[in-house]
Design a protein around this ligand. Structure first.
Ligand code: SF4
Length: 702
């Protein structure tokens, strides 16, 4: 656009907060500039370092600009005709020789609702439910627990109502100061300045800890627990609340009327806690009992208390039970169904919520309709005109485990499993055993290196569609057009592959993203009332059942969306991580992310402004451990686990507890995921990224 033309309003491509930004394409050139969008609905013009640097990757020199085909181990350029022909040929062959379940499809939380909708439709038309996305890695367990016990796998409340009404923020295993900077600075910080109290439960002191020391009162608390002891800690809280209620029944420790009218399973909780030993549990958590009791008091006695939950809770083999215990606490204290309360997962990617909403998961169709629910499945089949397999497919980690066994081919749209999955060395080995893999992406990712065909896609800034943020707000993205002539938008690629596979009339040929959205709303009840016009510049929260509905900023005002309409309480017991320290690997390794980088770093590592701040990986080591191992701040160290080793710089700090070390997954040269354990939560199939046994020693360095 020229100088006086309006910049294009779109949404930041990084995190799930969903900040609005504007972009501008240099007149006659290919560079895309960032512009603030002053009255953007979520952030009102504010952005964090990532949002401000997001345009740096759009016209990056590393962009893939032509289709590539691997021949004798080397990539060569190919025409679209040849590349697409090869994809269609291989997908047809695999289905003929091994059946449809021999393919796996990875949607992407970095691509838009329309694109993921079409990809999961392609998988199902192909004949398999083996389709998933990286929500599996971050919040599968949260979604499972929220869905089963409350009805819907999403934030119960919205950032705005929480900021206005919450008196106590209980933040467990989440780090909004680092991961959701604008939610933290714009919403939560505001509430804190107006008197709200923060209780943080986390093994690591981090930006959230520091940002809430802002008003220098001592009302905030940080309960620095041992990794993997969230259930016992919350059981201490629950038991304290129940005991105090016995002592002072009128004091409002629990909400008897709410428990009576709106929940089931309370007796199961009291039975589970009957012989629970608070003192022993507090000891196990490594937190003084009186601190946990005081935190329990602050939460239970608040008018409105809200729980925030993150990957510190979800990425465990007991992830579902971790979140269930948060739900238990919210239900017994009546902190649900009102503004300023609830159980609120802070979602990671800009469209991780939407990717799940539109059905890019093996067990659900669009709108979380179960594939094995005959009535729901048939209603979708009526619109699609073909039959959908009636049993859930494999999750992405299961697909990865089956690669080279029952799974022969993989279709990857914009994900990077070689870095994002745990035990990364094994992931790469398994991908090598596939007959065929096609990757569509903007850069040569660590995963694309293993592909047979690479299809060059466009970036977030070049195309339009919708994304859904962490508080269920669906917003439109708008693009400035293609930078590289020979790239294609993800939607066009999926549409072309499917049309070649299944024919012109198979329902994959759409004029534009809006036409896809129109079909999506037909099969997705929670989006049914939305149109592109209705979304406008402000967006709409789901559920939005009929046109004109405003959408719900908070859920469950009158009933829960479970079969009984009641919220489900269920007592849970401590389950230690699957790998605990021993003589060979005496430390607990835990992992988390940085503000400046995004997951596998495909974009953020290519952004000079972000990479300059954190060009390489590091590990936090407690001073006592450093002394024991002879490690000085800044030394290179080798970290080993049963699965691999990496060399990184040591940062000696009291942010971490003694006996625990902390690193990140972002850097290809030394990713924490080489070390992590790929054991899964049985129900949600999420891996245990947050606790593994490890050893450390001084290394020479590069
Ligand atoms: Fe982008 Fe998230 Fe930063 Fe907002 S908070 S600018 S959405 S990365």
């Amino acid at each position: 656009s020229s100088e006086d033309a309006e910049p294009t309003k779109t949404i930041c491509p990084y995190c799930g907060v969903g900040c609005g930004i504007a972009i501008d394409r240099e007149a006659g050139g290919d560079d895309v500039q960032f512009r603030p969008w002053g009255d953007a609905p979520v952030n009102e013009g504010r952005i964090c370092i990532k949002g401000g640097a997001a345009t740096q990757v759009v016209n990056h020199e590393d962009r893939l600009t032509d289709p590539l085909i691997k021949e004798d181990g080397e990539f060569r350029e190919a025409s679209w005709e040849e590349a697409l022909g090869r994809v269609v040929e291989e997908l047809s062959r695999i289905r003929e020789e091994h059946g449809p379940d021999a393919m796996g499809f990875y949607g992407s939380s970095k691509t838009m609702n329309e694109e993921n909708y079409l990809l999961q439709k392609l998988a199902r038309r192909y004949g398999t439910n083996n389709v998933d996305n990286c929500t599996r890695m971050c919040h599968a367990s949260t979604v499972y627990a929220l869905r089963t016990s409350l009805g819907t796998g999403a934030m119960t409340n919205s950032m705005a109502d929480l900021a206005e009404e919450t008196d106590v923020f209980w933040i467990q295993g989440a780090n909004p100061g680092e991961q959701h900077p604008i939610a933290n600075s714009q919403y939560f910080r505001q509430a804190v300045l107006e008197g709200a109290t923060v209780i943080q439960v986390d093994p690591h002191a981090n930006k959230t800890t520091r940002s809430f020391e802002i008003d220098e009162t001592d009302r905030h608390m940080h309960l620095q627990l041992e990794p993997g002891t969230d259930i016992p800690l919350l059981n201490v809280v629950l038991k304290t609340v129940l005991e105090r209620h016995e002592e002072e029944p009128e004091a409002g420790w629990i909400d008897e009327a709410f428990i009576e009218e709106r929940t089931e399973g309370f007796d199961h909780l009291t039975e589970t806690l009957a012989d629970f030993d608070k003192e022993a549990a507090a000891e196990e958590c490594g937190v003084p009992l009186e601190d946990i009791e005081l935190a329990a008091e602050k939460y239970a006695r608040a008018d409105n208390a809200a729980i925030f939950t993150g990957m510190g809770m979800s990425q465990h083999t007991c992830g579902v039970d971790n979140v269930q215990n948060e739900i238990n606490l919210a239900l017994v204290t009546g902190n649900l169904g009102r503004p300023g309360t609830g159980v609120n997962p802070l979602r990671g990617q800009n469209n991780v919520q939407g990717t799940s909403d539109v059905g890019a998961m093996p067990n659900v169709l669009p709108g979380y309709q179960l594939v094995d629910d005959d009535e729901a499945r048939e209603s979708v089949e009526d619109v699609w005109g073909f039959e959908v397999p009636d049993e859930p497919g494999l999750t992405n980690v299961e697909i990865s485990h089956e690669a080279g066994k029952s799974v022969h081919g993989l279709y990857v749209m914009g994900e990077n499993p070689v870095m994002s999955e745990p035990d990364a060395n094994r992931v790469a080995e398994r991908l090598e055993r596939l007959d065929f893999m096609v990757v569509q992406d903007i850069f040569m990712t660590e995963t694309a290196e293993y592909a047979d065909v690479i299809l060059p896609a466009t970036t977030w800034a070049e195309r339009g569609g919708t994304v859904t943020n962490t508080d269920r707000r669906v917003q439109r993205m708008r693009g400035v057009g293609k930078i590289h002539e020979n790239t294609r938008h993800d939607l066009e690629i999926v549409s072309e592959v499917a049309t070649r596979l299944f024919g012109e009339d198979a329902g994959f040929d759409f004029e534009d993203p809006e036409a896809v959205f129109e079909e999506l709303r037909e099969v997705c009840p929670i989006y049914h009332g939305m149109t592109y016009d209705g979304l406008g510049e402000v967006g709409l929260h789901w559920p939005c059942y009929e046109e004109g509905d405003e959408g719900d900023p908070y859920l469950y005002a009158d009933t829960f969306d479970t079969e009984s309409s009641l919220g489900r309480i269920e007592g849970v017991r401590h389950q230690p991580p699957k790998e605990t320290p021993d003589e060979e690997y005496p430390l607990i390794l835990t992992t988390a992310r940085l503000e400046e980088h995004y997951n596998t770093g495909t974009m953020s590592r290519r952004s000079p402004r972000l990479n300059d701040r954190h060009p390489e990986n590091f590990v936090d080591v407690h001073p006592n451990d450093a002394e024991r191992y002879g490690i000085e701040d800044g030394d290179y160290v080798r970290i080993t686990s049963r699965r691999g080793e990496i060399e990184v710089k040591a940062q000696v700090t009291e942010d971490i507890k003694e006996g625990v070390i902390w690193t990140t997954p972002h850097f290809a040269a030394a990713s924490g995921n080489v070390l992590t354990n790929d054991v899964l939560d049985e129900r949600a199939k999420i891996p245990e990224y947050k606790a593994a046994a490890a050893e450390i020693e001084v290394a020479v360095g590069p």
